[in-house]
Design a protein around this ligand. Structure first.
Ligand code: GLC
Length: 428
């Protein structure tokens, strides 16, 4: 691509992020997602920092202003009423002053914060902001381990597929099939009014998503009760890898700010998780797998979730090379990488949301992990895939076979991550 067209892409991306900006938070896209989403906001800050560092910190501060007293950071903050999204506050009924959902999302805030601090032009400002955010992020990580790993295995479970951020991934199929559907209150989906139903989860999955929400609501959203009461408890390698990486980044910042106790605490959590990670490795599939805590077994689903542990440099050199090779192989089966599920698996669907399509934020995290593990050429190849994809617009996700943009359009984190990807590639 010429410098000129790269500049045009960057300008277009910045305009999308600005257009979805609601002042103190950014909506993922108009219509489909009219509120603040947890990991969308954190990853969006990575793009915002290139034009306005203050705005980037504000995005994260707004999210953490709605942290629960127990430490959880909710996956959605419903800042203003809007009935174009379902399930809204009337379904969640979490009783928070500003309504929020009652579950969480991948904890990328820690790794984003470190990047914001280390790249800030105004170091004094960034350090002041980071000092205030750091204890809140640490409280969230503490919450994860206390509430989502009550038996102390070292790894945390998600209790709802939406917590993974990869909503309808094949990873959750078997565990979700065990969730009942009796008693689900009648509802009308809104997502399929914005987007073709063929690109969204099926009704059978939606019923179960809602059954879980109702179950947790009946327990008064008391996180001390939810884990053991949930028929869905899955250890996702992706969320655990993100937590390890973020905890290590928290430790790094704490060290820098002279908070020895916090640095040691975060480091110890990460070390325990590292030690437990081996149990998720599949010698057959040559990658990590999710673990179904209720069934007591690994889930044979070759998705990108089991490759994200590169982000924290997990495993030994042999395992990291195996994950790199898996990414290479996945890329050979499609025109555009990286598909979120193995295209040779009969369950792969090129257009259905998290069951195959490419997502720019996943490419970003994979490229970051590849770089960290010393696979710079592979990281560059993944970034090149991202650049090729956005030529088809700033979509929510893309068909890996054709490159067609799918789901919501003018999507914030796709645009923000493109800005960050361009900056990272230029620096590399
Ligand atoms: C979908 C995605 C999730 C994202 C949200 C808002 O639910 O699966 O990862 O946070 O949309 O973009």
């Amino acid at each position: 691509m010429t410098t000129h067209s790269l500049e045009a892409l960057r300008t277009r991306a910045a305009a999308i992020v600005r257009d979805n900006d609601r002042g103190a938070y950014t909506v993922p896209t108009k219509g489909l997602y009219p509120f603040q989403w947890n990991w969308d906001s954190c990853l969006t800050a990575l793009g915002q920092r290139h034009s306005d560092e203050r705005r980037a910190f504000l995005e994260i501060e707004t999210l953490f202003a709605h942290q629960w007293p127990d430490g959880m950071v909710p996956h959605i903050v419903f800042h203003t009423p809007d009935d174009s999204y379902f399930p809204g506050p009337d379904v969640w009924r979490t009783g928070r002053p500003t309504p929020t959902s009652g579950i969480t999302q991948p904890p990328v805030a820690g790794l984003v914060l470190r990047r914001l601090v280390e790249t800030a032009a105004d170091q004094a400002f960034a350090e002041e902001k980071a000092r205030a955010l750091l204890p809140k992020i640490a409280a969230w990580h503490r919450w994860f381990h206390a509430m989502r790993d009550p038996a102390g295995s070292g790894l945390v479970a998600i209790l709802h597929p939406w917590e993974s951020g990869r909503d309808n991934s094949i990873d959750w199929d078997d565990a979700l099939a065990r969730v009942p559907t009796e008693g689900v209150e009648p509802y009308v989906r809104r997502d399929t009014q914005h987007v073709d139903a063929a690109e969204r989860p099926h009704k059978a999955e939606y019923d179960r998503y809602l059954w879980l929400v109702q179950r947790f609501r009946d327990l008064g959203w008391d996180n001390r009760l939810l884990h053991d009461a949930s028929p869905f408890q899955v250890v996702d390698p992706a969320i655990n890898a993100i937590l390890v990486r973020s905890d290590e980044d928290v430790a790094h910042l704490a060290e820098r700010f002279g908070d020895k106790a916090l640095a040691e605490e975060a480091q110890a959590r990460a070390a325990r998780a590292r030690a437990a990670f081996d149990g998720l490795w599949s010698a057959d599939l040559r990658q990590y797998l999710p673990f179904d805590r209720v069934a007591g077994q690994l889930i044979a689903s070759p998705s990108v979730g089991g490759l994200l542990p590169l982000l924290a440099g997990l495993g030994n050199a042999e395992k990291r090379a195996a994950m790199r090779d898996r990414i290479r192989t996945l890329r050979t089966h499609v025109r555009y990488g990286v598909p979120t599920h193995d295209p040779t698996d009969p369950r792969f669907e090129a257009k259905r949301y998290w069951r195959g399509p490419c997502w720019l934020i996943i490419n970003y995290l994979l490229a970051d992990g590849l770089d960290r593990c010393g696979f710079a050429a592979d990281a560059a190849a993944v970034r090149a895939d991202s650049l090729a994809l956005v030529e088809n617009g700033f979509a929510e996700y893309y068909d890996p076979l054709t490159g067609e943009g799918l789901g919501g359009g003018n999507f914030t984190w796709t645009a923000a991550i493109l800005i960050e990807t361009l900056a990272t590639s230029a620096a590399a």
